[in-house]
Design a binder for this molecule. Sequence first.
Ligand SMILES: CC(C)(COP(=O)(O)OP(=O)(O)OC[C@H]1O[C@@H](n2cnc3c(N)ncnc32)[C@H](O)[C@@H]1OP(=O)(O)O)[C@@H](O)C(=O)NCCC(=O)NCCS
Length: 266
Amino acid sequence: MGPPELSRSGTALSSGTCWARRATTPGGRTSGSRSRGHAVEETEDARDLYAAAAEHWVEQERTRHYVLVPADEALVDAWFRVGFGGQHAHGIREVPAHTKIAVPDRFEIRQPQESEIDALIEVGLALPRHQQMAPVFSERPPPSEEEERQEWLAILAGDEEEQVLIGYLGGRPVACWSVTSVERSGMHTGLARPGRAAFLGFAATLPESRGSGIGVALTDACFAWAAEHGYPAMITDWRETNLLASRYWPARGFRRTFLRLYRSIL
Ligand SMILES: CC(C)(COP(=O)(O)OP(=O)(O)OC[C@H]1O[C@@H](n2cnc3c(N)ncnc32)[C@H](O)[C@@H]1OP(=O)(O)O)[C@@H](O)C(=O)NCCC(=O)NCCS
């Protein structure tokens, strides 16, 4: 989960499907396609189109390529056969009308308070710190503690459109989940945006509390919030290279819709 690693500035290269972007990270410029679907009848055509686009990209030293592909086996196979591999997934599932929340013993779930901000910063940093490690190796550095503090202050200042829930163990924050409307997501756009859906935008548990059941309870609390607010579906996304997340979300019923595939030439 979390925002993509690339800058939002892009240059349209063709009529609708392909975009080139400058990467903000070192190691070569990046080009790719956004969630506009694939207007090909034969999956092989995607490979020909890529070859045509990639020729220009590599001439311009844009050597890191990504593509957002509907999670269709034949299409993914076509991209696999021009050197792409799975990097990121979008997932969707229905919101149950009623969800029972089973909070594990000694835990509680509630909204955060400003007096807890130092502990909240640690929980907020748990996700980017995890993404730095194998086998994700994210190039995006975690925010500084000060940046994280500012983000928490903004959250604590109150945003009725976003529900931030904290899991506490013995009164100490150990997990954080956030849910809002898909309209607040910059990643789930175009064809990848369902009509009306809740967006589970953040989830992290401190390493020592993982596997305790607090994550499942917080996920269920998000389903209950979404049902209460009339959302029929929930979406989220995860790094496929994040072993914990890429196992956890499918186990919670999320089905893959779009996949971000990635190829580095050099
Ligand atoms: C993914 C993540 C958020 C899950 O949170 P968590 O608090 O560990 O979740 P839980 O403890 O509720 O559940 C984890 C697993 O333990 C199982 N579990 C729950 N209670 C358990 C118990 N008492 N005994 C044994 N296993 C238990 C759950 O069923 C789940 O397994 P499953 O997915 O195979 O069903 C957590 O691993 C994490 O913070 N990872 C790093 C950051 C990250 O990847 N965030 C998600 C970004 S998309």
